[in-house]
Ligand binder design. Structure first.
Ligand code: C2E
Ligand code: CA
Ligand code: CA
Length: 574
């Protein structure tokens, strides 16, 4: 009897131990992430633990329930999951399968582990199920981003280059042509500035979608950057597809794009084409060559197509060379100023001089600003050059005034980039102070290009400058957008009528009419007028007769180096 009691107690104690253990298993599983499917292989039992209900709304007790799990899973990973669940593995390493649940869209990871007894017979199997939905979508997104541009859905640059390289390899084998078209939306800035970035993006999106639809077999399109797209065409039949594509684009652009804010935007594009094998044998170089061809279209007035050729490459290499030499010139301060006199039309007395910069090359050759100023404007170095011009011209003026004892006006050309710098006004004032030059002895020549961006801010600065007594002259009048109506809003002192008017003022009747009306308006607004580029006596006489105040041009003098200008000023004193 006591033996029986003892055995009963032992059994109770063991049961207690078991339920304790079981409680512990449950506690551990509940606090772990995800759910567990447990197979006792020797007892042929199945149970679920942990957060099972997060994934499935049924419990699993037998093979039929297991089938319900498989029914829930997307077909693409079904076979693998079947293997994981039904096969008993050898070894103890975990095996993992990722599946999507059809009804709930969750991505689950099933990680299996099998346990063995001493004789290496499998006894238990645990499948840990975890929710990897977030990570999966992040991975998908990363994968998408690796190939596509998120704004347009077109290929991105990297993937495009890879695909283009394949085109080139195929073309090498089949002796055929690959064309790369670089498509650049003209004056996209205006859309962005006028309607905002969101509408700008929408335009890019719509245009990108149009290009996508345009692509047939053997064509790929990509959004290179901002407002630039690229299409590559593998053209084994040599069908001149680029021309068809260009025509299709132009036809589409006859109609404007309708944006979600209701505005209709009409655009034009500049297109450059480079072809394998003629232009290059490398994908990246083909893209670059097509881009160089686009620059050519842009500088010829936009809205056109240009095929890449050797002269385009030569020009580019020359401009790179020029740019490098210019950097060196800025470092060495290899510049000099020439001065061109301006005379009052009535008494031919000296009114002032215009400072015109020259670059003296290392071998003494004088390079004209027409060659290097556009390059300097493009790469921003005009700001350093311009600062040097301001300081040198004011220093020279102070010298001459001391030497000759009378005042005149020193006119200095100021580029838009230089003018827009925040420190432009304080810098100018500090130079004036340094050389004891009065602000009224200095005139800044600005062009209309200065007014393109923020009209209000530009006007404010002009007012500040004039407030100090500095004179402002509007240069090249008649070559820009030259609206007579904005003239009256401009706080300026002088207007320079561009040489292109002066050239034909004698020979062309309509030029005469325009010049006369400009002059009468200049008078009405109280500005002073200067005619520049006067080469002939007849032009001078006529301009004087119609009321032009000041004359500048080869008729009186070319721009002169300082020592010759000095003699000219000395002569004007006699
Ligand atoms: P601009 O300011 O319109 O200067 C007048 C240009 O016309 C000068 O050319 C001058 O030499 C030329 N010119 C003057 N009279 C005549 C004439 O009767 N006939 C002909 N055929 N030409 C005449 P330059 O010195 O080659 O300067 C060209 C342009 O370079 C200037 O045009 C100006 O836009 C720019 N530039 C010159 N110096 C500077 C500077 O210091 N800073 C900036 N930002 N630009 C400058
Ligand atoms: Ca000028
Ligand atoms: Ca001018």
């Amino acid at each position: 009897m006591s033996e029986l009691h003892y055995q009963l107690d032992l059994l109770k104690a063991m049961n207690q131990k078991l339920t304790d253990k079981e409680r512990m298993y449950h506690a551990v599983c509940e606090s772990a992430e995800g759910a567990f499917l447990y197979f006792s292989l020797d007892k042929n039992q199945i149970s679920t633990l942990g957060h099972w209900k997060d994934f499935f709304d049924f419990d699993v007790r037998d093979a039929a329930d297991v089938q319900r799990i498989l029914d829930e899973v997307d077909d693409s990973s079904l076979m693998e999951l079947q293997k994981t669940i039904y096969l008993e593995k050898t070894g103890t390493e975990t095996d993992s399968v990722e599946c999507r649940l059809k009804s709930r869209g969750l991505w689950l990871q099933f990680q299996t582990r099998v346990f063995y007894d001493q004789d290496l017979r499998p006894t238990d199997k645990v499948i840990h199920i975890s929710n990897i939905t977030k990570q999966r979508y992040r991975d998908d997104e990363l994968l998408y981003m690796a190939y596509y541009d998120s704004l347009t859905g077109l290929y991105n640059r990297n993937y495009f280059v890879r695909l283009l390289s394949e085109y080139v390899r195929n073309a090498e084998e089949t002796n055929s042509i690959v064309s790369v078209m670089n498509i650049d939306i003209d004056e996209f800035n205006k859309v962005n500035d006028g309607l905002g970035i969101v509408m700008g993006d929408e335009l890019i999106q719509q245009f990108g979608m149009f290009l996508k639809e345009l692509c047939q077999d053997n064509m790929i399109a990509c959004h290179l950057h901002r407002d630039v797209f690229c299409i590559a065409i593998y053209d084994p039949a040599g069908q001149k597809t680029t021309e068809h594509i260009y025509t299709a684009i132009r036809d589409r652009l006859k109609e404007p794009f309708r944006l979600s804010n209701g505005s209709d935007i009409a655009i034009t594009v500049s297109v450059g084409v480079a072809e394998y094998p003629e232009a290059s044998r490398s994908a990246l170089e083909l893209i670059n060559c097509a881009e160089l061809a686009v620059f050519r279209v842009k500088s010829a007035g936009r809205n056109g197509i240009q095929y890449f050729n050797a002269p385009i490459l030569d020009d580019f290499l020359n401009s790179v060379d020029l740019e490098n030499r210019l950097k060196q010139a800025i470092y060495n301060k290899d510049f000099i100023l020439y001065y061109q006199p301006q005379y009052y039309a009535g008494n031919k007395r000296l009114r002032g001089v215009e400072a015109l910069v020259r670059w003296r090359d290392s071998d003494g050759e004088i390079i004209s600003p027409g060659t290097f100023i556009p390059v300097a404007e493009k790469n921003g170095s005009i700001v350093s050059i311009g600062k040097w011009v301001v300081e040198e011209s004011i220093r020279q003026y102070a010298c001459w005034r001391r030497q000759f004892g009378f005042s005149f006006i020193m006119s200095i050309n100021i580029s838009a980039l230089q003018y827009k710098k925040d420190n432009f006004v304080p810098f100018l004032l500090s130079v004036l102070e340094k050389y004891h030059v009065s602000p009224s002895e200095v005139e800044l020549e600005i062009t209309e290009s200065i007014l393109i961006d923020d009209f209000g801010a530009v006007i404010e600065k002009l007012k500040i400058l004039r407030g100090y007594g500095i004179r402002i002259s509007l240069d090249d009048f008649g070559t820009g957008f030259s609206s007579l109506s904005y003239l009256k809003k401009l706080p300026i002192d002088t207007l320079k009528i561009d040489k292109s008017f002066i050239d034909t003022v004698i020979t062309d009747n309509s030029t005469r009419v325009i010049t006369e009306s400009i002059l009468s308006m200049v008078k009405a607004l109280g500005f002073e007028s200067i005619a520049e580029g006067v080469e002939e006596e007849q032009q001078y006489k006529y301009l004087y007769a119609i009321g032009c105040d000041v004359i500048q041009g080869y008729l009186f003098s070319r721009p002169l180096p300082p020592e010759e200008m000095e003699k000219l000023i000395a002569g004007s004193l006699c």
